[in-house]
Ligand binder design. Structure first.
Ligand SMILES: [Cu+2]
Length: 332
């Protein structure tokens, strides 16, 4: 693959067995998460129905890929046969409007709000703000912005006006899990996420096939141009897009490639069990980082190429940024 000049940041031996920071910066080690307010009452489904979810039929699929397009250490392969029970999954990522209802109902304070800051892409900040904010050494396009949170995605002075149908961002895994519990749902396992994202196609590069822009049509919201200098926004979006932008996949899921990274239930591992077929795998029992899938509006082929449907990375469960959200699932 064409990794481009920025590729070496992924290649370090230290990263080989740990989640790469790539486009998903983590909170500094040692900055422990505050305890999360959990709902004590039984979770109630607030949508009252399966509206917004689709039933994914049970069955077997080939998870992962053996191609060499992924980054070393991402553990996309080897391909393994996985069997899943039927499940429901949200057609779209959770929106700002939906998250606002959750917050209004529960008083949930997100981890970004508790920590007092979150990572905002530098290109979305005025130069005056950009200067002087801390940035991760390896991913300097991320600025740790004081006051950035889901309702203030670019920090103080910003809001989500006009973005009610965009995916909520600056939410940690813990925030996502709390939302899911409130909604009477749960986060999808990584296997469920990939099975649903593949949309019944087998071993294709993207949820719609092998070509990124088939028939010169845009199918996802990713970085178009030269990362990180110039996003032409040729696909229509510089930042997040509405959760139902573009065509859905074969199961009716929108934006499983690009737009925002999506938290999965599983702890991260690259050591995939070998027995076949795996039945409803749920990842390791413990870990330090949670799987995220799908890539975001910041992903580009030259850098991470992680908007492919087999691509994967991880982040610590208290990390937040302006390009990570989630969708929910439910057992049936
Ligand atoms: Cu990326």
């Amino acid at each position: 693959m064409n990794q481009g000049p920025l590729a070496p940041v992924h290649g370090g031996e230290a990263e080989r067995h740990a989640p790469t920071a790539c486009c998903t910066p983590a909170r500094s080690p040692g900055r422990s998460a505050p305890s999360l307010r959990l709902l004590s009452s039984p979770p109630v489904r607030h949508d009252g129905s399966a509206v917004g979810m689709v039933m994914v039929p049970g069955g077997e699929f080939l998870m992962g890929t053996n191609d060499s397009e992924g980054l070393p250490g991402d553990g996309e392969g080897p391909i393994r046969r996985v069997r899943l029970e039927p499940f429901l999954i949200d057609t779209c990522a959770v929106t700002n409007d939906a998250f606002a209802r959750f917050v209004a109902d529960t008083g949930h304070v997100t981890e970004a709000e508790r920590f007092g800051w979150s990572y905002v892409f530098a290109g979305f900040l005025p130069a005056a703000v950009r200067r002087g904010v801390p940035r991760p050494e390896r991913t300097p396009w991320w600025c740790g912005v004081t006051g950035a949170a889901w309702s203030r995605p670019e920090g103080p002075g910003s809001d989500v006006t006009g973005r009610g149908d965009h995916p909520v961002v600056h939410v940690s895994w813990n925030d996502a899990a709390a939302y899911a519990a409130w909604a009477g749902k749960r986060l999808p396992t990584e296997a469920e996420w990939e099975y649903a994202a593949r949309g019944s196609l087998e071993q294709k590069r993207y949820p719609w096939g092998d070509e990124l822009d088939p028939d010169s049509t845009y199918r996802c919201n990713i970085w178009r141009g030269t990362f990180p200098a110039k996003n032409t926004a040729a696909d229509g979006f510089r930042g997040t897009a509405p959760v139902d932008a573009f065509e859905p996949n074969g199961y009716g899921l929108y934006n499983t490639s690009g737009n925002v990274w999506e938290w999965c239930a599983d702890w991260w591992t690259t050591d995939h069990p070998a027995q076949r077929p795996l039945a409803d795998p749920a990842g390791p029992a413990t870990g330090t980082a949670k799987v995220i899938r799908g890539g975001s509006h910041l992903c580009h082929r030259s850098y991470c190429n992680r908007y492919r449907v087999a691509a994967r990375t991880a982040n610590t469960p208290d990390s937040t940024s302006g390009h990570a959200g989630f969708r929910c699932a439910r057992s049936v």
